[in-house]
Design a binder for this molecule. Sequence first.
Ligand code: ADP
Ligand code: MG
Length: 387
Amino acid sequence: MTQHVIQPGATLGVLGGGQLGRMFVHAAQALGYRTAVLDPDPRSPAGQVSHVHISTPYLDATGLQQLAQVAAAVTTEFENVPATALAALAVHRPVAPGAAAVSVCQDRAKEKAHFVACGVPCAPHAVITSTDQLASLDPTLLPGILKTAQLGYDGKGQVRVNTPEQLAAAWAALKGVPCVLEKMLPLQFEVSVIVARNAAGEVVNFPLQQNLHRDGILAVTTVPAPQLTPEIEAQACTAARTIAARLNYVGVLCVEFFILQDGSLVANEMAPRPHNSGHYTIDACDLSQFDLQVRAMTGLPLVTPRLHSPTVMLNLLGDLWFDANGKLREPNWPGVLQLPGAHLHLYGKTEARKGRKMGHLTITGATADDARANALLAAALLGLPLW
Ligand code: ADP
Ligand code: MG
């Protein structure tokens, strides 16, 4: 299927007004598009910078109708935008990614089934929807991680369990919602792959990024991935492209992978949108993940993005806004911005909360060692743990 090009000057819509929407809006506006954001929060990060901001709930019929009227095409930035909202919009406008692909990504059970159907290994797991299943569970899945099938993010909706008793208690604590129990795997390191695919089936990918998580939240992304071998890189790229193609995916998709101690590759999860681990692309690549999100949805050419500078990205969580006594403070931005290659992105969120993503800092360098050295200096200035 080929898509007719939506030319600059048209309005592009986005469901969700968080930081990913904000960076999408910036990329779309740089190409001369107008933008419309639908997000219930009147102060949403993307709404603040968009030409049009529709502040209604995602499933509000009037809000969706307004978005369909004003936007020539619609995308999403928020993992849990109801797939029904995308389906409702798709009656009137091209929607990328589509509701069917998004609904697979929204459910860990469907997501894993899709990986398996694509021939991509994933963690040994069991879907749990009843107490009977708990009783007859394969004991080799323990120790494991119980994850809610839907609505989990940043380690939320996850409990580590070692015994059948802990598993039963954890499932009850998660209110008995459908869950996936995953075997705890011996990780060596983690990487992710971001692909962009258009309606004609053309696909490009960014270089792989290596990701370090703390408390289930992304903390540090390094590119080129220091521990990656060319074989694993090729396997992960092929897997991510197959996963996208078999969803008939249009837009930007991120697939997270584990590399196990024995060197094997396991798909963890995917996100139907640009991803936190791809924020480095804004400053370290000649095209960003948001540029490609715009190109994929408008039918403009997809070009393979090139990393022009080795880089380290640090996530800036709300914790940095509090001193040791819990008093509010402003992080040392002048200190950080004195470092060569420092690119500070703050999302315009008015209230800092612990664990809340407030911004990110990308450090580019002439060499990987330069980028790392300055990123370590930045981390020390901000009071972040070193790695
Ligand atoms: P989220 O949706 O919160 O990102 P993930 O499933 O990606 O949830 O889990 C968050 C992090 O927890 C992973 O990046 C990884 O560090 C760790 N983790 C998740 N599943 C496993 C597993 N099966 N074995 C070992 N570590 C895991
Ligand atoms: Mg994850």
